[in-house]
Design a binder for this molecule. Structure first.
Ligand SMILES: [Zn+2]
Length: 387
């Protein structure tokens, strides 16, 4: 079989960048050994990466006999990537460097729903302003990832439907001319799953299901290094799996969906139903829970039952190595995660706590925007492409 040399070259360069990103500095001969290629091949690839600014020479190491080996260093601020996260009434922006560190973080807010043309023109001016303040030329931007709350066809760059934004069928290719770098779009939960997988709590651990618990429920699935999308790009609507037949009414119009039991809204409504009292926020609810308020503890015990019931279904369907609980609920989940694990695994014959780890997200509300920003970087410098 004839192997395309340009493909091999591309893979070698990605291996060098990924390795040096982790190790920071290595000699050329160490690089050659680590990725199993000859020294001349390393030198030619390193030279090209030096030319685009991603690597630089950083002195010489002490000699082990013969010529002293040259050290090369990863230049994390050579290039940047932008993440944009669309939410109801707000758009968040991050600029990250090649080491996935946030360099700039901005937010714009608005009162009324706007159409996408208007919002993308806001995105354009905000990014121009951000790059001007940071004194970064747009030629150093590898790309921009946009996280969207809806069904996304990432290949054709179409936002098919976003109920919360009251928007459907937006072709993002028409916005590409606004920017002189590539634009990628992704569903917000898939973007968050990418962030958890690349830099989060289960960093580089395959076969993971990410679940965000906010006002509603979102999920993203990583299987074999990639976001699992399904045939119609709608995989991961786990919030609408039936937990209780003919149960509570869900926002989707169906009855008994998981969302109707484990969303933050469901939690607060259950407390109100039990006590006749309103709690203003999830934070206020967890203050009561921490003070061992009887009704809050009771509501939480029921909540954990419903959460665990859904998690058991997820484990049976996907057999994941990790389940990450994220979203705003991640801020409070450390206080009850042990109970969730106990309820999920106790009495279970088909799987055990050894097989699947249920963990709390450390990225929390940063996950979607970080995942969006990671997508262009991943496509640029890593061997395993998530997207
Ligand atoms: Zn539903």
């Amino acid at each position: 079989m004839k192997v395309d040399q340009s493909v091999i070259k591309d893979i070698n360069r990605r291996k060098i960048m990924s390795l040096l990103r982790r190790k920071k500095k290595m000699t050329k001969s160490e690089l050659g050994k680590a990725i199993n290629v000859s020294l001349p091949t390393v030198i030619s690839n390193v030279n090209e990466l030096i030319e685009i600014g991603v690597l630089k020479e950083a002195g010489v190491a002490s000699s082990t006999g013969g010529r002293r080996p040259t050290i090369v260093e990863f230049v994390k601020n050579a290039k940047y990537s932008i993440g944009v996260d669309f939410q109801i009434g707000r758009i968040r922006f991050v600029l990250i460097n090649m080491n996935y560190e946030i360099i700039c973080d901005r937010l714009i807010e608005f009162d009324v729903l706007r159409d996408m043309d208007k919002m993308m023109s806001d995105v354009k001016s905000e990014i121009d302003e951000m790059l001007r303040i940071m004194n970064i030329d747009s030629s150093r931007i590898i790309g921009m990832g946009i996280s969207l709350p809806g069904t996304v066809n990432e290949k054709d760059k179409i936002l098919e439907f976003a109920a919360n934004l009251n928007i459907d069928n937006v072709d993002f290719r028409k916005y590409e001319d606004l920017f002189n770098f590539p634009v990628y779009i992704e569903n917000e939960s898939n973007a968050a799953a990418v962030a958890e997988y690349k830099i989060g709590v289960c960093h580089n651990k395959n076969d993971m299901v990410y679940i965000s618990i906010n006002e509603g429920i979102g999920a993203g699935i990583i299987s074999r290094n990639k976001v699992y999308k399904g045939y119609n790009k709608r995989a991961g609507e786990l919030g609408h799996m039936t937990i209780i037949k003919d149960g509570a009414v869900c926002v989707c119009g169906d009855k008994g969906c998981w969302n109707a039991y484990i969303s933050e809204r469901a939690l607060l409504e259950r407390y109100r139903g039990k006590t006749g009292r309103n709690v203003s926020s999830v934070r206020a609810f967890f203050e009561l829970y921490d003070q061992k308020d009887g009704a809050a503890v009771e509501v939480m015990d029921e909540y954990i039952e419903f959460l665990a019931a859904g998690l058991r279904n997820i484990i049976l369907i996907f057999d994941p190595r990790y389940i990450v609980l994220g979203g705003e609920m991640a801020n409070y989940a450390k206080g009850f995660i042990e109970k969730v694990r106990r309820r999920t695994f106790s009495g279970e014959k088909l799987f055990s706590e050894k097989d699947v780890r249920i963990v709390v997200s450390e990225l929390g509300m940063n996950a979607s925007v970080m995942g969006a920003a990671i997508i262009p970087l991943n496509l640029f410098m890593e061997v395993e492409k998530v997207y």
